[in-house]
Design a protein around this ligand. Structure first.
Ligand code: NAD
Ligand code: GLY
Length: 363
């Protein structure tokens, strides 16, 4: 098992990366409360809930669970309330612990519940998708969606620990694995050109689920995320770089209806659009854009958006949290392996990028 730390002073916490961690006694060290609520969904519960419940009961904990319906379309305030209902029905108090057992949807919802329940209770992330292991379980962003915007209602809430068990990826569907690879490729493009080369060299084996390579890439991505979060926890600066491709991607997700396109699929196309706009700024070459497209395709990810009218696409982008004083800021690439946050782009280039990276509408 490998251990990394997110260095946040008194709130410093570990990320454990290893195999078969459910049988490990990690939870004993990080749950001091007697009451534990495991939040999961109806896909994950039949596979993984029982083993964690049993382990916690063996530790003498009072364990309850809250099983949410599976899907991004349920990541909303109504379904968040199911967690509060479960906590109150079981008379959980302020020193309880909430465990998120699931992917990014469960992690974001459980974390938000942990931030709000009785003004804040302890929280542990057990991420079960590649995307949540390399990104969403680390760094304390929590949220639910609103019909007018993704992740618009939320809080920063750091966990006590993150337990990333490679063994759970065995049951993860291929499409979800690919979606996680979009976030992996994101780290390479935004800040690690050597990692991009490593991914190019190893992509075939990774897509065949080589366990050793996957553990290495989870470690590398978590190290990047931990470093960025340690220097900019609440996204006043550098942390925005982690949103490479996201402003475009969120527009696709919002337009298509949450859950139609997976988050990772949408940001894959978003990263192509960001690369294209960077090229129109004169920062990278067309060969660089091809390299971005190629690595995404090798991870079985889309590189073209669904057909969305440009004005509607732009309207969705205008809801982005990076809009400051009415001005859209985007994450663009100065070169492959170095992203920046910038307002510097030509609005007509942005329209070109949106229209030229869409599949042709079938009428
Ligand atoms: P997800 O949570 O919807 O999980 C994907 C699917 O895989 C679901 O159907 C889930 O039930 C299933 N699943 C999960 N683990 C499984 C396993 N081990 N075996 C079998 N099936 C399994 O999606 P995701 O890609 O993990 O997360 C996407 C969400 O994360 C989005 O809502 C996005 O906004 C959010 N996100 C948050 C952050 C952050 O910093 N907080 C960062 C990136 C993404
Ligand atoms: N996934 C973006 C962030 O954590 O900031």
């Amino acid at each position: 098992m490998q251990t990394l730390y997110v260095e946040l002073g008194a709130r410093r916490y570990p990320i454990f990366i290893g195999n078969q961690l459910a049988s490990h006694e990690l939870l004993a060290d990080y749950i001091i409360s007697d009451q534990v609520m495991i939040v999961t969904n109806d896909t994950i519960a039949p596979i993984y809930l029982q083993q964690y419940q049993q382990q916690l009961q063996t530790l003498g904990k009072t364990v309850a669970s809250c099983i949410l319906p599976d899907g991004e379309k349920f990541k909303d305030l109504n379904h968040l309330n199911m967690i509060f209902d479960a906590l109150l029905t079981h008379r959980f108090n302020r020193d309880c612990t909430i465990i998120a057992l699931g992917g990014g949807v469960i992690g974001d919802m459980s974390g938000f519940a942990a931030a709000a329940f009785q003004r804040g209770v302890a929280f542990i992330q057990i991420p079960t998708t590649l995307l949540s292991q390399v990104d969403s379980s680390v760094g304390g962003k929590t949220a639910v969606n609103h019909p007018l915007g993704k992740n618009m209602i939320g809080a920063f809430k750091q966990p006590e620990a993150v337990i990333a068990d490679m063994a759970v990826l065995a049951t993860l569907p291929d499409r979800e694995f690919s979606a996680g690879m979009a976030e992996v490729i994101k780290y390479a493009l935004l800040g690690d050109a050597d990692f991009l080369v490593w991914l190019e060299q190893n992509m075939d084996a990774i897509m065949q689920r080589d366990a050793e390579l996957i553990a290495q890439l989870v470690l590398r991505c978590c190290a990047h995320k931990a470093a960025i979060v340690a220097r900019d926890e609440t996204e006043q600066g550098d942390r925005a770089l982690l949103n490479l491709g996201h402003t475009f991607g969120h527009a696709i997700e919002a337009h298509m209806g949450y859950g139609e396109w997976l988050h990772g699929e949408a940001i894959a196309v978003g990263m192509v659009m960001a690369a294209h706009l960077s090229q129109l700024n004169g920062w990278i070459s067309t060969a660089d854009i091809d390299r971005v497209r190629h690595i995404l395709k090798r991870a079985h990810l889309p590189v073209l958006s669904a057909a969305i009218p440009v004005d509607e696409f732009l309207a969705h982008m205008a809801h982005d949290k990076k809009v400051l004083q009415g001005q859209l800021r985007l994450i663009l690439l100065e070169k492959l392996g170095k992203a920046i946050v910038t307002k510097q782009f030509n609005p007509s280039d942005l329209e070109t990028v949106i229209s030229e990276n869409q599949a042709v509408a079938i009428i």
